[in-house]
Design a protein around this ligand. Sequence first.
Ligand code: 2M8
Length: 420
Amino acid sequence: MTADLSHLDGEARRILRLNDKGCYTVPTAGLYPYQWNWDSAFAGLGFACFDVNRAWNELETLMSGQWENGMVPHILFHRPDPGYFPGADIWGTQDAAGKGAGRVASSGISQPPVAASFAWRIYQRDPETGADRLRRMFPGLMAFHRWFMAARAESGAVAITHPWEAGRDNAPDWDAAMARISPEGVAPYTRRDTGHVNPRMRPTKEDYDRYIWLVQFGRERGWDDAAIAAESPFRVADPTLTFTLMRACRDLRLAAGVLGEDCAEIDGWIARLEAGAERLWNPETGAYDSYDLRSGELAGAVSNASFLCWWGGLADRRSLPTLARILDTARFALPSFDPAHPRFDPLRYWRGPVWGVMNMMAAIGLAEQGLSAEAARIRADTAGLITENGFAEYFSPEDGTPAGGATFTWTAAIWLAWAS
Ligand code: 2M8
C-alpha cells in the first residue's frame, strides 16, 4: 500500500507562500533573504503546479534584473537586508561596464541558467495563457544564453569565474584553483551564514576569504568580463554550467519552434557546447569533471554535476559504471561528492550532501535516455529524504540528516514538480 503523502503537497505549497515576497521568492528566510537566480527558476517550476500566473511572475522578476550585456545576475538585492553577507555594497556593481543604468542592485556574476528550461515547462502546463508570456521572455533568454556563450564559453565548455557561479560553492572541484589564490588585501568582514546555520555545514573561513577576494577582484575591474577572463587566477570549466546551458538551449529551441523564431543561432550554441563538453570527460574517474583553464588539469572530482550529462541531452553511457558505483555506496542518492574520496564530507554543503534540485535534473535526464532504474532510484531516495526529514536545504547521504536551512523553497518546488 502506498502511503498518503498529500499533506506534504500542502506543506510544500505553504513553504513557497511563506518565502514569497510578492513577485519573487527567497530560498529561505534568514539565511538567504534575496532573490537567487536558479533558486528562483526552481520556485517558478514549483508555483506552476498550483498557480501558473505566479510562476510567470517569478521568472519575469528574475529577468527584470538582467544586465544590458545579457547577464542575469546570481543575486538580485531587491531590498537591503543586514542578515546576509556579502550584500550589494560589497559587490559594487552600480557602475559595472555591462550593467546599464537603472537596474536592480545585483551581484556581478551569474548562476546555472535553468530559467529557459523551466519557462518551457511552465509554458507546457498552460500553453494557452503561457504563449504570450513566453514570447515576451524569449528575447531576454536568448540574450542571456548569448552572453554565456560569449563571456564564459571560450573553451566550448562553460567556465565559472567564482565558485558561487556554479551554485556548488565549496565543491572539491575548485580546491586546486582556490589554493592558488592568496587572499591578501581582503577587507575585514563578518560572515552572517554561520549565525543562521551550524558552521560545520558551511564553507570554511579559507573558502570565504577567497570568495571575497574574488568579489573584490571583479569589482576592481568594473565587472568587465574580458578583463576578468584575461587576468583572474580562477577560471574553471564546470559541468553544472555546461550541462544546464546545453539543456536550456535545447528547451529554448523548443520555445523558438512554437513561437516561429529562427533556431540557427541556438543550434550553433548546442553544437559548440556538445564539442566543449568532451573537454570535461575524465577517463580516469569515468565521469564528467571540472577542468581548470589556468592549469589545464581536470579536478578528478566525481560530483552530482557529473551526472547532469543526460539532463544536457547527451546520449552518452560512458559514466554509467561510475554512477552504479556511487549508487551502490551511498545510502541516499545522489551525494554531491564521491563518498569513496578522502575529501567527501556528508554534511558540509557541496562536499557530500544530497541536493534535491540536482537529483531532479539528473533523474529526468536519465529517464529521458531510457535509464529508468537509475532514475527511479534517485527519485525514490529524494522522496524518502523529504518524507522522513522535511524540506531541508540538503541532506546527509549516509543517514538522511537534514542540513543547512529549513523550509527551503527549491526543495518544496522539486517535491511538487517531480518527487511527490
Ligand atoms: C548557496 O550559495 C550562496 C551564494 O550564492 C551562499 O552560500 O551564500 C548555494 O547553494 C547556491 O547554489 C544557492 O543558489 C544559494 C541559495 O540557495 O545558496
